[in-house]
Design a protein around this ligand. Structure first.
Ligand SMILES: C[S@@+](CC[C@H](N)C(=O)[O-])C[C@H]1O[C@@H](n2cnc3c(N)ncnc32)[C@H](O)[C@@H]1O
Length: 233
């Protein structure tokens, strides 16, 4: 989070807390988190917002290597990545707990040529029950935005919402050695800790070479699938 005002913490990682906009964001989180997110949208304190899809998503879409079918982007914000992923082969649901975020996402995107292939819903990721599971879930600055006490539930929800052969794609925004959040400290190990016990195995973990400049060197691409079940008979 924080696409401007780079500041490095110990270990070469970014300290988002040094970005004044992130400081303002944190001041909005005095009680209920859902209320904090609604206020951030209301006051326009959205330091994570790139104003465009993240470049690696456009690259992966062009490469044709992402699962087709149904995709979910939880905590989608303005939904640029939702729109970038949507096509006749891939229907995308963008989910955000903030009514205002969803309203804004719909406003800018509803007359785009691919508008039939995505939708935005104002729902809590942890409580929402869709009619069908997903072939792909894409997480970008959602996991790190959640209070760490929700991480196990995040993993369980991803697991519940993915089809048996579905894939989780996450851009991991590495943050360490700083206090509080959002965004909270997070490492690759934090994801592994909640995903591995559920049988989700990392099939790819590499630096995101296409990260935007202020996040270069602080972002990994992770892709997870379920362990293939092989009969020993
Ligand atoms: C840091 S922003 C990231 C937005 C977007 N992924 C991006 O990269 O621009 C996190 C978003 O998650 C949303 N959010 C937080 N808790 C949520 C929940 N429980 N369910 C759905 N959305 C949630 C917030 O409203 C906010 O828009």
């Amino acid at each position: 989070m924080g696409s401007s005002a780079p500041a490095r913490a110990a270990g070469g990682r970014r300290d988002p807390g040094e970005n004044p906009a992130v400081g303002r964001l944190r001041e909005l989180f005095t009680g209920d988190a859902a209320d904090g997110w609604e206020k951030s949208w209301e006051f326009g304190v959205t330091p994570w917002d790139l104003g465009k899809p993240t470049p690696v998503i456009e690259h992966l879409v062009r490469s044709g290597t992402l699962p087709k079918g149904r995709a979910l982007v939880p905590g989608c914000g303005m939904g640029y990545d939702v729109v970038a992923l949507a096509s006749p082969e891939r229907f995308v649901v963008g989910l955000d707990i903030s009514d205002l975020a969803v309203k804004k996402a719909k406003q800018w995107s509803s007359s785009l040529p691919n508008a039939d292939y995505f939708t935005f819903l104002a729902e809590d990721f942890f409580k929402w029950i869709p009619s069908e599971q997903f072939d792909l879930i894409f997480d970008y600055t959602f996991f790190c935005a959640l209070d760490p006490s929700l991480r196990v539930a995040w993993g369980e929800t991803v697991n519940r919402l993915l089809k048996p052969d579905g894939e989780l794609l996450a851009l991991i925004y590495l943050i360490s050695d700083q206090e509080g959040g959002p965004p909270y400290n997070n490492t690759v190990a934090d994801y592994q800790k909640v995903l591995e016990p559920l049988g989700l195995k990392a099939i790819l973990m590499e630096d995101n070479e296409l990260a935007i400049k202020p996040r270069k060197g602080c972002e990994k691409i992770g892709r997870w699938k379920r362990y293939a079940h092989q009969s020993s008979l």
